[in-house]
Design a protein around this ligand. Structure first.
Ligand code: NAD
Length: 367
């Protein structure tokens, strides 16, 4: 069987810095676990614009369609703010998401014990938290027609349309059930079936899909109640599936329960390919952080945890994903901190590269 293939797109700003640390981790798996990946690298965002005059070259797009997983750093920066909208760095990322048809966005909210004090909630509410929000990413109110601002009588009216087809709900629900099967077999679906027809359909279709996953305990919650429950006692959830708009809000809120932007990974998944693996793009939630780029200050953990998600969801290497997450947990428990994680007095921050080295050393210690 051929090695799993990964296309690395470091991008701009701190993207290449954090991606260099992921490279160390990938190298470790080759050297110490004899798990080889076919890794190729290309340009995206401002870096691609500088080289080709476009934020994503067609050849790069074609490569992204062929590999088992794309790993992206971050795009953007002040240098590119003056560019026309059509060639801005972010357009490269949007093109990848659109053409790969990545309809399920996975945002974990995981709280490492050593960082529980960073949360705005009480420590016992968030310590040990490990939940996953699956947000529908390519339909719903951000895309529905009609939309626009029209004149009506003597005033203007802003219009957006919440629209979901059964097949759009079905496919994202299946992604969420599949995930639940790999985790605690517990799924909560959130909508507003009390006031929205699209919510009624959402609930019906998710319930129907659930019949194919009898082992998964399915519950339904109105999204507003879900927001309250996420703040009150988030540990009651394991996987949450919801639409594009509610998912946008709920995933940001849930992720921030756990602390720093430098810690948050994400995955966007699409249809299964011929080999059964879903089309997949993994990336940290943070941007290119121009304020600290080139200074060795960036926290590489979000990007490294994105690779852990690739191990789990693209490569069926759940045990190795657990190993990598445990290595991150150990390093944090040992008090190793990049500047964004500093809270305690008298702790000197480590550099991006030193954090990567510490995680690789913790991987060594896991053998
Ligand atoms: P940002 O996420 O880049 O930075 C916000 C703040 O968090 C900054 O103070 C930054 O230093 C800090 N930060 C972010 N990641 C960090 C890390 N790994 N370690 C330590 N500190 C970290 O958001 P922004 O400042 O709003 O945007 C900067 C650029 O990034 C813009 O051009 C924006 O368009 C782009 N952006 C790209 C993506 C993406 O590629 N997916 C996402 C968001 C923003």
């Amino acid at each position: 069987m051929s090695n799993p293939s990964i296309l690395i797109l470091p991008g701009d700003g701190i993207g290449p810095e954090v991606m260099a640390e992921v490279r160390k981790v990938i190298g470790w798996y080759g050297d110490k676990r004899d798990i080889q990946f076919d890794v190729s690298e290309d340009l995206v965002g401002g870096a691609a614009y500088d080289a080709h005059g476009t934020p994503l070259h067609d050849d790069t797009m074609a490569k992204a369609q062929e590999v088992d997983a794309v790993l992206l750093g971050a795009v953007g920066g002040p240098k590119y703010d003056v560019l026309d909208f059509s060639v801005k760095p972010e357009r490269g990322l949007l093109r990848l998401r659109k053409e790969m048809d990545l309809y399920a966005n996975l945002r974990p909210a995981q709280c490492f014990d050593a960082l529980a004090d960073f949360s705005s909630l009480k420590k016992d509410v968030v310590a040990g938290l490990d939940i996953m929000i699956v947000r529908e990413l390519t339909s719903g109110i951000y895309f529905g027609e009609p939309r626009g601002i029209i004149e009506e009588g003597n005033e203007r009216v802003g219009i957006n349309t919440q629209r979901y087809t059964e097949s759009e709900i079905d496919r994202v629900a299946r992604s969420a059930f599949e995930l639940a099967m790999k985790r605690d077999k517990k799924l909560c679906s959130m909508e507003k079936a009390n006031v929205m027809e699209s919510g009624i359909l959402w609930r019906e279709v998710v319930t129907e899909v659930g019949k194919d996953y009898p082992e998964v305990e399915l519950s339904h919650m109105y999204a507003d109640a879900g927001a309250m429950q996420l703040c009150r006692w988030p540990k009651q959830f394991d996987v949450i599936v919801t639409d594009n708009l509610f998912g946008d809000l709920l995933s940001d809120a849930a992720a921030m329960l756990t602390g720093s932007l430098g810690m948050l990974p994400s995955a966007s998944l699409g249809k299964p390919m011929a080999n059964g693996r879903p089309k997949a793009l993994y990336e940290p939630v943070h941007g290119s952080a121009p304020d600290i780029a080139g200074q060795g200050k960036a926290n590489p953990i979000a990007c490294i945890l994105s690779f852990a998600m690739a191990l789990r969801y693209s490569f069926d290497m759940g045990a190795e994903a657990d190993r990598l997450e445990a290595a991150v947990e150990k390093v944090l428990a040992d008090g190793v901190r990049t500047a964004d994680l500093l809270g305690e007095e008298g702790v000197d921050p480590v550099s991006t590269s030193e954090m990567g080295d510490a995680i690789v050393a913790a991987l060594d210690a896991s053998l």
